[in-house]
Design a protein around this ligand. Sequence first.
Ligand code: TA6
Length: 288
Amino acid sequence: MPTFPPGLEAVQDPGGRDALRLHGPGGTILVALLGAQVLSCRTSVGELLFTGSTAEHAKGKPVRGGIPLVFPWFGDHPTDPKLPAHGFARTQAWRVAETGAGPSVVLETTDDASTRALWPHAYRLRLSISVATQPTLRWEIENRGDAPFRCEEALHTYFAVGDVHTATVHGLQGVPHTETAKEPEGPWDVRAPLRFRAETDRVFHGTPDTIELHAPALRRTVTLASRNARSAIVWTPWPTKAARLSGLGPDDWQRFCCIETANCKQDALQLAPGQRHVLELVLRAAAN
Ligand code: TA6
């Protein structure tokens, strides 16, 4: 186990599961080793992430909230509905590979017999987390096999918004998208900033590197600055779908939206043997 620099400590999460806390100039991040799931990201404007009021921190299961990692497929498996939605990276055991001043940490996981039974490819995933300046995630996917593979990825970030009815998302105006919600709102102005009037599950392709979330109920704006993400998904379940989801209390749907930094569907990655891809997300929050 690498040495831990100042600001990095091994802790337990609210469910007693192994986790790490990073505390530095960019804020304080709590990340569970299960799934390398960021559970909390506190900055000068408070907690940026949402966690369901009935979320469980259970052995072997992702937590409803924070930043679950989606890999190697997004959503339901394309051919086998019995396979776990959003793939299996978020339920794998990850380990500390490197640590650094700042502090920063690199968590790592690789394929094993259980993953190869679901997806027959060799890979290494590395998630680098830093709070040296702003909260920064860098996710490297490496093809360790001897054949090319196609995979999808997403940082499935749950943002606290206070009141989803007044939150707006800026930067996706006019970007090609598909609405996949079961009960979406009627026609909306695609040239206007995105606002929430019904279940929203919108997949955008050819996205800009900067997206802004305005959360007036929390008097804050969060800027998502990404590199190498060609897709984004904006999701809020609204009450009907929320009632079917674990980890959400009756009114939780009003307090979050997901803005997911991704490469999925037609933007899926094609990695040759030995090829690596790095997706980066920097979060900047400001009071307003
Ligand atoms: O990214 C949006 C989405 O695919 C929604 O359709 C909803 O299913 C959400 O992810 C949560 O998925 P999960 O498997 O974490 O419950």
